[in-house]
Design a protein around this ligand. Structure first.
Ligand code: SAM
Length: 244
């Protein structure tokens, strides 16, 4: 079932007229004609019947879809800037894995740096990657994308539990020993990793250095596996002990 996010408030019985880009996708690309789709507005999903309407494309909103595909706790992924295609892979997978907020940042060993002249276009591309991934996996929300920040500004993204993936962290700090938090921030470094000073600074900020295992992972593998581990673990924790 195709899903689309919209800023338009929805209610059962109304007719939703698609904006141009969505109308092109639903009408011309997918050639829908009275197909059931999922529309999402402000975290609530609705079933709708999509159909061509003259030169436009519309959908009759049918009923609220009670399902929510969001994690029980917000996860913030703070990701150091890495090469473009790998950064975009992380954004896509983070959206699929339920991450609620993405904080791109620069650290001393980044091989890629923020370029103000490219900022708008890059943000637009990153936002569309997040939206497409959230639509594809039927999420009720698109992850929030923060502006690229400095290493020091990471202290502004503190959650209830704060982890910094650091390959030199002792094995006795495996990720999942973390307590059951109400929100989490996980920080992943760049291709060059964190310097000792940066790791110490992260600890100062309140981020606990955690190991993702004894293998040195690529940054994108570390980001994706950390989000998968945290999200999956929290969903399990959140389940009723009888496992309902
Ligand atoms: N400095 C590393 C090296 O020795 O080649 C490279 C850093 S790794 C490519 C990129 C980031 O992934 C690191 O900054 C860290 O955040 C995370 N990472 C990779 N492997 C990890 C592990 N085993 N435990 C914790 N974090 C890891």
């Amino acid at each position: 079932m195709q899903q689309y996010f919209t800023d338009v408030p929805l209610e059962p019985g109304m007719e939703y007229v698609f904006p141009k880009a969505q109308a092109h996708h639903a009408g011309t690309v997918l050639r829908m004609n009275h197909e059931t789709i999922r529309l999402v507005h402000d975290g609530i999903g609705y079933f709708a019947d999509a159909y061509p309407k003259g030169k436009e494309f519309a959908a009759r909103v049918l009923a609220i879809d009670p399902r929510t595909n969001e994690l029980p706790f917000p996860i913030t992924l703070a990701q150091a800037l890495i090469r473009r295609e790998k950064m975009e892979l992380i954004l896509q997978k983070a959206a699929e894995l339920g991450v609620t907020r993405i904080v791109p940042f620069e650290s001393s060993r980044c091989v890629v740096h923020a370029r103000s002249e490219k900022a708008d276009r890059q943000r637009e591309r990153w936002s569309s990657i997040l939206q497409e991934a959230a639509e594809q996996c039927k999420r009720n929300r698109i992850p929030a994308l923060e502006s690229i920040c400095t290493f020091g500004q990471l202290s502004g993204y503190i959650s209830d539990l704060n982890l910094a993936a650091y390959e030199k962290a002792g094995e006795d700090s495996p990720l999942l020993q973390a307590l059951r938090p109400s929100s989490i921030t996980i920080v992943i470094g760049p291709e060059g990793g964190f310097s000792e000073e940066e790791n110490a600074a992260l600890n100062e900020m309140g981020f606990c250095s955690v190991s993702l295992g004894s293998r040195i992972l690529r940054a994108e593998t570390a980001a994706i596996s950390a989000c998968a581990l945290i999200g999956g673990y929290l969903e399990l924790c959140d389940r009723d002990p009888q496992g309902k």
